[in-house]
Design a protein. Structure first.
Length: 137
């Protein structure tokens, strides 16, 4: 009984036999969010960052925000080197609603891009809040 009590107390004490501490692997920085209002202000001032559209070409034919480049989300991993010049520069990523652009930001951050920004609400928010002439679909 004393031995059992000792084992329980030893286990509860948090004492570990190993002196080597394991640290969690470093996580890449997460992308930040940018509102369409903030992007519109930057664009109006001539300071807009690179804008990446991750929608499909048929969607761009319906509505566009004038992105610098179109790379559909499904093609992004294979085409990521096309963006190498922007690895350490701000890249704003947009899609229709923000779901695909959120996934795209994860791909970019995972590939070592350091200033990745998701455009909150996508082109639907742009159309609703900034430019109603941009069609919704």
């Amino acid at each position: 009984m004393i031995r059992t009590l000792f084992v329980v107390l030893f286990a509860l004490s948090g004492f570990h036999c190993s002196t080597v501490k394991e640290s969690a692997p470093a996580q890449p920085a997460a992308a930040r969010e940018m509102s369409v209002q903030e992007f519109a202000r930057l664009r109006a001032a001539g300071d807009a960052p690179f804008l990446l559209d991750v929608r499909n070409p048929e969607e761009v034919a319906i509505a566009t925000m004038g992105a610098n480049q179109l790379i559909p989300l499904g093609e992004l991993p294979a085409r990521i080197e096309e963006l190498a010049a922007y690895r350490n520069l701000p890249i704003v990523v947009h899609c229709r609603t923000g779901r695909r652009s959120t996934e795209a930001t994860k791909v970019l951050v995972g590939a070592g891009f350091t200033q990745v920004i998701n455009l909150t609400g996508g082109i639907l928010a742009w159309s609703k809040e900034i430019d109603p002439s941009v069609p919704t679909y």
